[in-house]
Design a protein around this ligand. Structure first.
Ligand code: SAH
Length: 496
């Protein structure tokens, strides 16, 4: 069954299913095993990345990108006292494995750090991309299936284990470990819910005789309670277009507003003061990605340990009796926070994303509702929401940034690294070149310099401006009167 057929079944305009939240639509189209954009195994020759694919990402534009991320991780490891063991290198959504490959090549120049790495963990939902990553990082070393996923060994270091899981929860979470986590263009692929603030129905209108609730309309009391007279958040949902509105060549689905509150619209927009502040603005539209927040929460706990369990017993909703609060998951007690997470993605640095759901096909922007399963769908990342969820999840972490990619890469020394690569190529050419090398010097210089310029372009649509970088690191209280430590790229210096 193809994705469109399946969605039609799911969304069938009947009483049992009906329209679905944007988040369910995204999940279905991107990573469902029924032919999601990333998880489809049918067209395995299809590559999402590169000139022939749908989009190009920074690691695919220039090797320097991954090298500088590698340097950032090494600099953090040094700043945190050079742990000699127990380092976990993690990447979520590693694509073709290019970023991790460039990072590992750089890390090999720092043998004490390379030795401290116990394993590399890759969280990847796509079987095809897992295969591409394995090939890139492990060459001919066999891929073995394990209880939680797959594993192999690096082609450059036979002791370096590379482990794949589909879910971050399968990556061991131990207080004694030091995780360095990278997420590049991962969060934009995670599902969002979309809500719009609507004014209360006027008392005099015909509808005032009924009140919409999650279970349908109910007769409205003569005098509505004050909550029903306030603005409400309504969820935007995906539904099939009614036959009379279908136009050949246009999407068969459309975004509509849910007729009544949904469990999500009653709960999610109340989870932060940032959303609450917009509730009384007619038509305000906000995007919330609970799944993204679950990830940053997970990262924060890995770095800084969980919050201590609440000492106050809670009231049981069923019996009304006081019961001790029981955590949903094993707490991670980490007296000494360690590690770091680096998140790079596109989205507004300070505001809540709005109307950002987009489809990309062959480098062109298309409707996200077009050709479900074969169009890339993404949305802007809400950096402040990610920061909030990390800080709320762990007492041991702090957040730096977001800063724009141009500033971050400049601070990491991109210009110097590019100059070094160009000089090396010129010297090699002067020395007679290397036999069998295909690329001409002029082409190489053009590629390396062109890649650099593209990554730091601060024009209106430039990657240097649109992409933001944010770091979660162990909390270091500022010494009396002194400044807080700042990671490299966020105002701090590299000290080797
Ligand atoms: N970081 C890479 C790839 C970005 S594309 C780069 O910059 O080139 C997004 C990546 O996240 C792909 O590898 C995709 O398969 C993976 N992905 C998307 N949703 C996922 C999910 N829910 N769980 C795990 N991996 C996911």
């Amino acid at each position: 069954m193809c994705q469109t057929e399946y969605l039609f079944k799911l969304l069938k305009w009947d009483q049992t299913t009906g329209p679905i939240p944007v988040a369910s639509y995204m999940r279905q189209c991107l990573t469902s095993d029924l032919g999601g954009y990333y998880t489809s195994t049918t067209g395995s020759e299809k590559d999402q990345f590169g000139v022939k694919g749908d989009f190009v990402t920074s690691p695919e534009i220039s090797q320097v990108f991954g090298e500088l991320i590698g340097v950032w991780v090494v600099a953090e490891w040094i700043a945190q006292g050079r742990k000699s063991e127990g380092v976990h290198l993690m990447e979520v959504g590693p694509g073709r494995g290019t970023l991790m490959d460039d990072m590992l090549r750089t890390i090999r120049n720092f043998p004490a750090f390379a030795k401290a790495i116990e394993a590399v963990y890759l969280v990847e939902s796509s079987p095809n991309l897992r295969e591409a990553q394995h090939k890139r990082l492990c060459g001919d070393n066999p891929l073995q299936q394990t209880e939680t996923g797959y594993q192999s060994f690096s082609q450059h270091s036979k002791d370096l284990k590379i482990v794949w899981t589909e879910d971050v929860r399968f990556v061991p979470k131990e207080a004694s470990k030091t995780p360095f986590i990278v997420a590049h263009e991962f969060f934009d692929a995670l599902p969002i819910h979309v809500f719009q603030a609507v004014p209360p129905a006027p008392q005099s209108s015909e509808d005032s005789s009924t009140l919409q609730t999650p279970t349908g309309p109910i007769p409205a009391p003569k005098r509505l309670p004050s909550a029903a007279r306030q603005h409400q958040w309504r969820e935007l949902v995906v539904s099939p277009k009614p036959p009379h509105r279908l136009i050949q060549g246009e999407p068969e689905f459309e975004l509509t507003m849910a007729k009544a509150s949904t469990p999500h619209s009653l709960y999610l927009p109340e989870t932060s003061a940032r959303y609450q502040a917009l509730k009384n603005t007619d038509g305000a539209t906000i995007e919330i990605s609970p799944e993204s927040q679950t990830y940053t929460r997970d990262f924060a706990i890995r770095l800084g340990g969980s919050n201590p369990p609440s000492p106050n017993p809670q009231q049981s909703p069923s019996s009304g009796r006081k019961v001790p609060s029981k955590p949903f998951e094993e707490p991670v007690l980490k007296p000494q926070p360690s590690g770091a997470a680096l998140i790079i993605d596109y989205g507004p640095p300070a505001t809540i994303p709005t109307n950002s759901l987009r489809g990309i096909k062959s480098h062109t922007r298309v409707s996200p509702l077009d050709s479900p399963g074969t169009t890339d769908i993404s949305a802007d990342v809400d950096f402040i929401a990610l920061a909030e969820s990390a800080i709320n999840a762990s007492p041991g972490v702090e957040v730096h940034g977001p800063v724009d990619q141009a500033r971050f890469l400049a601070a990491m020394g991109i210009e110097e690294r590019v100059a070094q690569l160009v000089k090396r190529a010129v010297d090699r050419e002067r020395g007679g070149g290397v036999e069998g090398e295909k690329e001409k010097l002029t082409e190489l210089v053009k590629r390396v310099e062109g890649g650099w310029k593209r990554l730091v372009d601060t024009g209106p649509h430039g990657m240097g401006r649109l992409y933001q970088v944010m770091a979660i690191v162990p909390h270091t209280p500022s010494k009396e009167g002194g400044a807080r430590r700042r990671p490299v790229g966020f105002g701090g210096d590299v000290s080797f």
